[in-house]
Design a protein around this ligand. Structure first.
Ligand SMILES: NC(=O)c1ccc[n+]([C@@H]2O[C@H](COP(=O)([O-])OP(=O)(O)OC[C@H]3O[C@@H](n4cnc5c(N)ncnc54)[C@H](O)[C@@H]3O)[C@@H](O)[C@H]2O)c1
Length: 256
């Protein structure tokens, strides 16, 4: 029996990276999975990966920053699989690395719209549905940048601190109705986003691994699969007393 057998799970931004690994892991542990992304090609690819391992998944396109699209996503998810037990609010963008006083307002607005507003909209719609279904579990993707600052990344850092705050509030307000809400705070994870951040920092002079591995006390960056492991566990009944937490998964990064 899988960790989440018989449950229904939604993963936003699951057309690539951590979201894709999470969708695949949910399916491997027995859940029916709603794969969602702005990128339809990536999303359909994730569905194909799940079906290849005999899992059940559908793709539903949605931009998490758009309220109507998020509402339609939840409605279609429930139409597909009947209820919503687990949700992972993973969709996010990094934007540009720019000194604080030079940050363009459009960079700030877009990062806040996707990472913070997007997480807020998804939480609202998911919790409304879970209240009807009698409970559920949600994991938000914050970051080590939701716990400490990173020069050049003010909008991203602000958005991820905000995600950790939303997580605490949602957990407090709906705990008694059987809904658990947690955030995880990954360090460097081997995805397109980390490549973009490394490239912006070094101008491509060294590889992502050369730049990022030594920054982590464990001596390396993490894999999307390692993060997926924690997310699916947090959404499973095994994590029944964990809520309102902002959990680092970072090879010791914030212990420094
Ligand atoms: N990679 C890391 O090192 C790292 C570290 C800490 C936190 N995170 C967080 O983990 C999450 C996933 O990051 P990743 O590294 O897998 O990134 P990624 O860029 O590889 O994948 C992100 C996915 O989200 C989708 N997406 C972007 N904007 C969207 C929107 N408005 N609506 C719906 N989907 C959208 C993209 O199309 C893509 O498929 C993000 O929230 C990120 O901030 C990543």
């Amino acid at each position: 029996m899988g960790m989440v057998s018989g449950k229904t799970a939604l993963v936003t931004g699951s057309g690539a990276g951590i979201g894709r690994a999470t969708a695949v892991k949910f399916a491997a542990e027995g859940a029916k999975v709603v794969v969602s992304d702005v990128n339809a090609e990536g999303g359909e690819e994730t569905v194909a990966m799940i079906e290849k391992q005999d899992g059940k998944a559908v793709f539903i396109k949605a931009d998490v920053a758009v309220s109507d699209e998020v509402d339609a996503l939840i409605a279609k998810a429930v139409e597909s699989f009947g209820r919503l037990d687990c949700a992972c609010n993973n969709a996010g963008i990094e934007g540009k690395i720019v000194p604080f006083i030079e940050q363009p307002l459009d960079n700030f607005d877009r990062i806040i719209a996707v990472n913070l507003r997007g997480t807020f909209l998804c939480l609202q719609a998911e919790i409304r549905q879970m209240l009807k279904d009698g409970g559920g579990a949600i994991v938000n993707l914050a970051s080590v940048a939701g716990l400490i600052g990173f020069p050049g990344l003010a909008p991203y850092v602000a958005s991820k601190h905000g995600v950790n705050g939303l997580t605490k509030n949602a957990a407090l307000e709906y705990g008694k109705q059987g809904i658990r809400v947690n955030a995880i705070c990954p360090g460097g994870i081997d995805t397109r986003m980390l490549d973009s951040l490394a490239e912006q920092s070094t101008g491509g002079e060294i590889t992502t691994r050369e730049m990022m591995d030594p920054l982590h006390p464990i001596g390396r960056i993490g894999t999307p699969e390692e993060v997926a492991e924690l997310i699916v566990w947090l959404c499973s009944d095994r994590a029944s007393f964990v809520t309102g937490a902002n959990i680092p998964i970072d090879g010791g990064f914030v212990a420094q």
